[in-house]
Design a protein around this ligand. Structure first.
Ligand SMILES: Nc1ncnc2c1ncn2[C@@H]1O[C@H](COP(=O)(O)OP(=O)(O)OP(=O)(O)O)[C@@H](O)[C@H]1O
Ligand SMILES: O=P(O)(O)OC[C@H]1O[C@H](OP(=O)(O)OP(=O)(O)O)[C@H](O)[C@@H]1O
Ligand SMILES: [Mg+2]
Length: 284
């Protein structure tokens, strides 16, 4: 069996969180310095550190088995690669923007010059709307400045907080073109081997452990059904007997963001001894 080969972002917004995710999944993908390739002998995997924008190209060509990149970068690449798993970080939207008060909606991009680092994505989106721009000006970054410097009338760019846009005197135009986040990709149509699947399962385990906590509580049997409606668990809550009659213990996974509301609801229902603990790792 050949070694699994994975592409990992070497720079930018995706880089640190991707290395952390792999480390949490038990892989030795820590770069001491500027290594371009790291071999994790124990797990029989090679990690190739590449520019996020290039990762879809390598994976689409079949030279690397899997890669971590951004959904927006994948869609802009036209590579023969497909999304396998969203990773829950590097969340951003991709949007049009124009000088404040200049344009009313996306249709008014007709006949305008649009600056972007994602020309294929923009071309496809505008074609889908039947809008023909005068030109698409492809820039490497700091796209927001293109309007002020007179090389474009509007921009299409990654927006997280919107701070960069506002600072450049631009306002959003229309709804987001897409919502992006970090994703794992594979060659389109490729069959997944057991070692691919093992890596995906490990990463999924980390994501679930990050998203959920374990909740334990005691509740009168009379309201058990209502309690289980509040904490349905990931699959199904575990119910155990208590020595105290007419009470049971319940154990269920709860989304981290809902922990406090869930505890309030359980308390109001009559549950007591509510304990919350973190999940270190899991396979579900
Ligand atoms: N401010 C941001 N917040 C969240 N995600 C972002 C942000 N900027 C870029 N991204 C996302 O990061 C991914 C990689 O983009 P890129 O490699 O250009 O990162 P970057 O942080 O912009 O790096 P660079 O410093 O090289 O411009 C893209 O999928 C993009 O959606
Ligand atoms: O909505 P915000 O929170 O302001 O974030 C969005 C900005 O962040 C990224 O820029 P980056 O700093 O990577 O510079 P770049 O444009 O040179 O890539 C992106 O390209 C936007 O410009
Ligand atoms: Mg950038």
């Amino acid at each position: 069996m050949t070694m699994l080969r994975i592409a990992v972002p070497n720079k930018g917004s995706l880089s640190a969180a991707s290395s952390q995710l792999l480390a949490d999944a038990g892989y030795n993908a820590r770069r001491e310095s500027a290594e371009l390739v790291i071999t994790d002998v124990e797990n029989d995997i090679e990690f190739f550190f590449l520019r996020p924008r290039d990762i879809a190209v390598y994976v689409g060509s079949g030279r690397l088995d899997l890669g971590i990149t951004g959904r927006d970068l994948l869609l802009d690449s036209n590579a023969a690669a497909a999304e396998l798993l969203p990773l829950g970080y590097a969340h951003a939207t991709f949007r049009y923007a124009a000088p404040e008060g200049a344009l009313a909606d996306v249709a008014e991009l007709q006949g305008r010059r649009i600056a972007t680092s994602f020309p294929a994505l923009v071309r496809a989106d505008l074609a889908g709307r039947g809008v023909t721009p005068a030109s698409i000006v492809t820039l490497d970054g700091a796209v927001e400045t293109a309007v002020r410097l007179g090389v474009a009338d509007a921009v299409a760019d990654v927006v997280e907080t919107g701070r960069t846009l506002r600072a450049a005197g631009l306002e959003l135009l229309g709804e987001p073109v897409l919502r992006s986040e970090a994703i794992i990709i594979a060659k389109r149509g490729a069959e997944l081997s057991t070692s691919h699947e093992r890596l995906l399962r490990r990463v999924q385990g980390v994501l679930v452990a990050r998203r959920y906590v374990m909740m334990d509580y005691d509740v009168p049997s009379a309201v058990l059904e209502k309690a289980c409606d509040i904490t349905p668990g990931y699959e199904s809550p575990t119910i155990s007997p208590l020595q105290r009659e007419d009470w049971v213990a319940v154990r269920a996974m709860v989304p981290r963001v809902e922990v406090n509301r869930t505890m309030d609801d359980l308390w109001d229902l009559g549950a007591r001894g509510i304990l919350v603990s973190g999940i270190q790792a899991c396979r579900l």
